[in-house]
Design a protein around this ligand. Structure first.
Ligand code: 3H9
Length: 698
């Protein structure tokens, strides 16, 4: 028998067990093992039914994604699932953990499905830019109906066992030991003379589907799926399930699966799947690094950011102390948090009782002495080095030994902040992204003296509060903002050059950003960006740099919050403002900036290649551990469409030679202040390599 699939008998029941840690992915040995095991079951005259079960933490969690970049090797999963379904004796799937993708497809090939109450089943292929290509798009609509199946496959969200039972995706929930329960279920099916029940034999009556159903479905999903390739292919597969005979529609599914697999979008999404998991691997901070216990959390500064950070802890049941400078500021901070929870209550995501419970977990204080026993203190006051140093000096005086002292700075030098204390080893940056209670990204900034256990504890704490934490080194702006500055810089210069903010934003949006650079600047606050500019002591010596931000904020146009910034605002709707165009023209004249016409391609190149070049510098300096860490930052913190794979992956898909050559074109026009290719970019472009290859080879 195979190493990863075993066959044994328990009375009349064959028990086929997959044991392929960590998640029982359907790698070639598993597929081959399943094919052999089901052939044996078919031959085994003493086996009246079979139970398919998995060892370890989960049922099969899907196809082995690492195999998708290699040639397919037989037996391919669609063949294995057809073999399972065609067994002449009853097969029962016994599910625990997560039966996902190919795992759920395998379970759907079984004739009956039972599951633990905690199990989940689903087809999340869409999140990898794929579709359920082992008959999943054909079986699920037959099993639970076209609309529900589409919802499951387009969202990628798994169904919890009780919902799966209600929808008919599973047949039984087993309490207690799964193997015992599944064998008992199989025995009861035999006693009842139950026959194999094959989903492929269910026919969907086309007349049961309302006219225009698929057109309407496409319209309904358009916003959510903008830019992604797979969702439309999934809809096509389900249309085929309704209109074509099973064998033909399976063929269609296979063709569309292959198209998805070869698509740039899917490659980008698969890259991010692994990138999201790589971020927790820190070469000099291994998994067994000791950690400190974090039970008491204090936050200094109860503004929008501090309040948002507090909510992260409260939401996972951890009480928080919130320190403010006076009662008025504290009351305001608490009322913002309450307001956020009230929205959740209004949307039905939180009960009134939970709201009150959450608020009771926040203990406001005006006195540093009250937070002396905190295990971690997170400072979240505004970006001002002098103020932060003062706070850290006070924390050093008041906090217990061993407390982690963290700053939520988005740009400033952690080492300088740490130097205000006698314990720089305990100081770290925790850069949350606004709104801090919603955005999943957390940049963890390692100072020169930050100790490894403080890093390990911060990474672990990030998991607890469900953040995607990327460890970065110390420089102005770290990874996220440092790469964001060139992006904003180009958007600003283009406005001076006579290109309308709305066109720049539209091009960025169409390319895949959730919001263009000008809309984001207004949302962040032009006063905030101006403050960052002035705090940046080594900012470029260039009067044009961030010019409109400076001028508009001088006029009190601070962005969305003041009703006007780069745009005017009607409520939250951004409206182009002719005054801004006038101001840009006057500033351009004063600064000698030429008015030019640009193509959409140029807008994309200037916005993103400037960002990518900064990324290359960041990699050279070791500020980010790997190119894929930068990709995670942009996919999770800045709303860059996952189908782009992040800026560094995108650069790889464009070709680094093309990126470098475009930079040289702009260097000819603008000089070398901004457009000199980073040495790493130059080296890789000349060698015909990608950032990804560079990462693997070093
Ligand atoms: C598919 O099925 C296509 C078919 O329809 C058609 C075929 C013809 N393959 O996430 P974790 C690794 S597409 C390979 O940290 P958790 C993961 O990289 C697939 N490796 O654990 C990590 O490695 P490392 C559809 C995989 O407990 C380790 O396992 N299925 C796969 O937080 C632990 O993972 C999916 O999309 C895989 N399929 O979460 C499900 N899955 O330790 C994808 C995981 O070296 N998987 N790894 O970093 C998941 O959603 C989560 O991993 C899961 C467990 C919920 C299962």
């Amino acid at each position: 028998m195979s190493d990863v699939v075993s066959y044994e008998r328990d009375g009349d029941i064959a028990v086929i067990t997959v044991d392929n840690p960590p998640v029982n992915a359907l790698s070639l040995p598993v597929r081959a093992g399943l094919a052999n095991a089901f052939a044996e079951f078919q031959q085994d005259a003493n086996a009246k039914a079979a139970v398919l079960i998995c060892a370890g933490r989960t049922f099969i969690a899907g196809a082995d994604i690492t195999e998708f970049d290699k040639p397919i090797e037989d037996p391919w999963l669609p063949t294995v699932v057809e073999q399972i379904e065609s067994c002449s004796k009853v097969v029962v799937a016994a599910i625990h953990g997560t039966a996902l993708g190919g795992g759920f497809e395998t379970a759907m090939a079984c004739h009956y499905r039972c599951a633990l109450p905690s199990a989940k089943v689903g087809l999340p292929e869409v999140l990898l830019g794929l579709l359920a290509g082992a008959t999943g798009t054909q079986r699920l609509p037959r099993l639970i109906g076209v609309k529900d199946a589409l919802d499951v496959m387009i969202s990628g969200k798994p169904m919890a066992a009780p919902l799966a039972l209600e929808r008919g995706a599973i047949d039984k929930i087993v309490d207690g030991d799964l193997r015992t329960g599944a064998i008992a279920y199989a025995n009861s099916l035999i006693s009842d003379n139950a026959q194999p029940r094959r989903i492929s034999e269910i026919v969907i009556n086309p007349a049961s589907i309302p006219d225009r159903f698929f057109d309407d479905y496409r319209k309904g999903m358009a916003r959510q799926t903008r830019g992604f390739f797979a969702p439309e292919q999934i809809v096509k597969c389900v249309e085929a399930a309704v209109t074509l005979p099973y064998a033909e529609s399976v063929k269609r599914e296979n063709e569309l699966f292959m198209t998805c697999m070869a698509s740039t979008e899917s490659k980008a999404q698969r890259h991010l799947f692994f990138a999201d998991r790589e971020i927790s691997k820190i070469p000099d901070v291994p998994k067994d690094t000791p950690t400190r216990s974090i039970e008491k959390v204090a936050i200094v500064g109860g503004g929008t950011m501090g309040g948002g950070i507090a909510m992260n802890f409260v939401n996972v049941g951890m009480p928080v102390q919130l320190k403010e400078i006076n009662q008025e500021a504290l009351d305001r901070g608490l009322s913002i948090i309450r307001g956020n929870y009230e929205v959740a209550v209004k949307n039905g995501r939180l009960s009134e009782a939970q709201l009150e419970k959450n608020m009771a977990m926040i203990d406001g204080t005006l006195d540093y002495a009250d937070i002396a026993e905190a295990d971690i203190v997170i400072e979240a006051v505004f970006e001002n080095m002098a103020l932060k140093k003062e706070i850290f000096a006070t924390l050093d005086q008041t906090c217990k030994a061993g407390a982690i002292l963290a700053s939520n700075t988005s740009t400033l030098d952690i080492d300088e902040i740490a130097a205000a204390t006698q314990r720089p080893q305990d100081v770290i940056g925790l850069h949350f992204f606004a709104p801090a209670n919603i955005m999943t990204l957390l940049e963890i900034v390692r100072g020169a003296k930050t100790s490894k256990d403080v890093i390990a504890t911060s990474m672990q704490m990030a998991k607890t509060i469900r953040k995607s934490a990327v460890l970065v080194g110390c420089c102005f702006g770290f990874v996220a903002n440092r790469m964001f500055f060139p992006y904003i810089r180009e958007a600003q210069l283009m406005i001076l050059e006579g290109i309308s903010p709305e066109r720049i934003d539209q091009v960025a949006f169409d390319w895949g950003m959730a919001m263009g650079p000008n809309g984001v600047s207004d949302l962040s606050g032009l006063d905030v960006l101006e403050k960052v500019r002035t705090e940046w002591t080594e900012r470029p010596d260039d009067p044009v740099f961030f010019r409109m931000i400076t001028k508009l904020s001088e006029q009190g146009r601070m962005g969305q919050k003041s009703g006007a910034g780069i745009y005017k605002y009607e409520g939250r709707k951004a409206v182009p403002d002719p005054e801004v165009a006038k101001l840009a023209k006057a500033e351009a004249e004063a600064l000698g900036v030429k008015q030019i016409e640009v193509s959409d391609e140029e807008i994309i190149e200037r916005l993103f290649y400037s960002m990518i070049n900064e990324g290359a510098l960041i990699l050279e300096e070791g500020i980010a551990l790997r190119p894929s860490d930068i990709d995670v930052v942009y996919a999770n913190g800045y709303g860059m469409g996952r189908y782009r794979g992040g800026p560094m992956w995108y650069a790889d898909t464009v070709g680094l030679k093309n990126v470098r050559d475009a930079m040289l074109k702009y260097r000819d026009r603008y000089g070398d202040l901004y457009w000199t290719p980073a040495p790493l970019l130059e080296e890789l472009a000349n060698a015909g390599k990608t950032f990804d290859q560079w990462n693997l080879e070093r």
